[in-house]
Design a protein around this ligand. Structure first.
Ligand SMILES: Cc1cc2nc3c(=O)[nH]c(=O)nc-3n(C[C@H](O)[C@H](O)[C@H](O)COP(=O)(O)OP(=O)(O)OC[C@H]3O[C@@H](n4cnc5c(N)ncnc54)[C@H](O)[C@@H]3O)c2cc1C
Length: 448
């Protein structure tokens, strides 16, 4: 007789990956539980993509107010910004999304179990003292911000706290050079906070095409962010809301907050991995094979906790492939090539495919097409904004293998280009495509 389990699938973590997996499995008639220690929707909904983008929108208004004057409007620059209104409206919107997630899960038939889940064995999970058995377990516990330990590090905050600040400081120090640091620098600067970005490296956004990170850096400086490269924080003193950040070059900055955006680690603390055969990497990320199976054959893991590509659509796609594999007819593998991504910095950066250097390493002959121009909006708007576009072509096949863009609407534009690149479009296909005039994007089909 077959062994009876409480559930066919027990999902740990109701974030981007976990929710999709639980809903789909329940939709296929499986008995599913999903455990969540915090709010439904995970990082993306509660302290990531969604609230961040709302804050980005909020921070763009002062530039629009300024530009509006050239277009005949008489609007005074925003002096009346109210942080509490933005924060509370954001929270209301997130609560609405949390409720939608609750309905989606409940309507699919998945059972939501609130609390911190701990693995007790290859097919056992415990929550608040109760043990549940499951044929398979999926770990989708995401990541957690990492702040290094140093003198005064307890005074630093992470991106998690940025979404619920009681007051907006007059001055903020942000530490880090990755996308979260750069995005928050744009948000705070746009909201009128004097912003200092401290980074120990010599180039922000170092995993992106160098010209693009350079354009973002130039744009941020033009908008007023104080960028300190090759600089480190040696200590923080003072008390909450009233800090002094000491730098290794002898300078110090008085600031209301010190935001550390210095990386994230896989969220495996207290998960009970020691009760299983699961193996982890040095950065705590769970090791899985190409089918998301851990060293414990009944347990799978995906999303940020496996640290492949830390993006919401990737976690969702990994879930769909896992579900097909577990309960469908095929065994598809994840294709991590040509994943488009954006940094909602100001100016915005978006990219798909290979950087110039990666293309040089991979192909014998490449050609790079570039354009750097002032978009039409800035003419009457009288702003300094520019657009930079770079297209990389493998000349042996004429295929476009990378497209990078800095400037307004970059993310919206690159999403469309990603379809073309995924479909194997050639430079000739780009050239044969009619532009939409007058737009920023038409430049992509007229690059010579
Ligand atoms: C500031 C910020 C901005 C971001 N912006 C973007 C963006 O613009 N675009 C984009 O694509 N991605 C963005 N991301 C990344 C994106 O949020 C993640 O890639 C995505 O949320 C990963 O989904 P996941 O399912 O792996 O984990 P998560 O969404 O992190 O969900 C994990 C869930 O598991 C829960 N959990 C953890 N341990 C346990 C336990 N033991 N028991 C029960 N529950 C547990 C957590 O509470 C959490 O709800 C951003 C991230 C951050 C931090």
């Amino acid at each position: 007789m077959a062994i009876q389990y409480d559930f066919d699938l027990f999902v740990i973590g109701a974030g981007s990956g976990g929710v999709r997996a639980a809903r789909m499995a329940a939709g296929k008639g499986k008995k599913v539980a999903i455990a969540e220690v915090s709010d439904l929707g995970g990082t993306c909904v509660n302290v990531g993509c969604v609230p961040k983008k709302l804050f980005v929108y909020a921070s763009q208004f002062p530039e629009l107010f300024r530009a509006s004057q050239g277009y005949g409007w008489n609007i005074q620059p925003s002096q009346e910004f109210n942080w509490q209104t933005l924060r509370n409206n954001k929270t209301q919107e997130i609560n609405r999304l949390n409720a939608i997630y609750q309905n989606l899960l409940t309507n699919s038939g998945a059972q939501i179990i609130k609390g911190r889940a701990c693995l007790k064995g290859p097919q056992q999970v415990s929550i608040k003292g109760q043990i549940y058995s499951a044929e398979n377990i999926l770990i989708a516990t995401g990541g957690w911000p990492y702040i290094p330990e140093f003198e005064g590090s307890e005074l630093a905050i992470s991106s998690n706290e940025m979404f619920s600040l009681e007051h907006l400081p007059q001055r903020a120090v942000i530490v880090g050079g990755g996308y979260i640091a750069v995005e928050f620098a744009g948000i705070l600067n746009g909201l009128g906070v004097t912003t200092d970005l401290i980074y120990r490296g010599d180039r922000l956004l170092k995993t992106f095409d160098p010209q693009c990170s350079e354009k973002v850096t130039e744009g941020m400086i033009a908008k007023g962010v104080n960028i300190h490269l090759k600089t480190e924080v040696s200590s923080i003193s003072g008390q909450k809301n009233n800090l002094t950040v000491h730098l290794n070059n002898g300078q110090s900055i008085d600031a209301g907050i010190a935001l550390y955006a210095t990386g994230r680690k896989a969220n495996t603390k207290g998960l009970g991995l020691e009760n299983t055969a699961i193996k982890t990497q040095a950065n705590d990320a769970i090791m899985v094979d190409k089918y998301f199976q851990t060293a414990e054959p009944t347990i799978y893991a995906l999303g940020d906790v496996i640290d492949r590509v830390q993006l919401t659509p990737v976690a969702i796609q990994e879930s769909m492939l896992l579900l097909e594999q577990l309960y469908g007819d095929s065994k598809p593998q994840m294709d991590y090539d040509n994943i488009p991504t954006a940094v909602f910095s100001q100016p915005e950066l978006a990219t798909v495919g290979l950087s110039e250097q990666q293309a040089k390493d991979k192909y014998s002959h490449i050609k790079v097409y570039q354009s750097d121009f002032r978009p039409m909006f800035e003419t009457l708007g009288q702003g300094e904004g520019r657009v930079y576009i770079k297209l990389i072509v493998d000349t042996d096949t004429d295929r476009v293998v990378g497209c990078h863009m800095v400037g307004d609407h970059a993310a919206e534009i690159i999403q469309g280009i990603a379809i073309a690149i995924k479909a194997g479009a050639t430079k000739a296909n780009f050239d044969q495509t009619m532009g939409i005039h007058p737009t920023i994007a038409e430049e992509l089909v007229t690059l010579k």
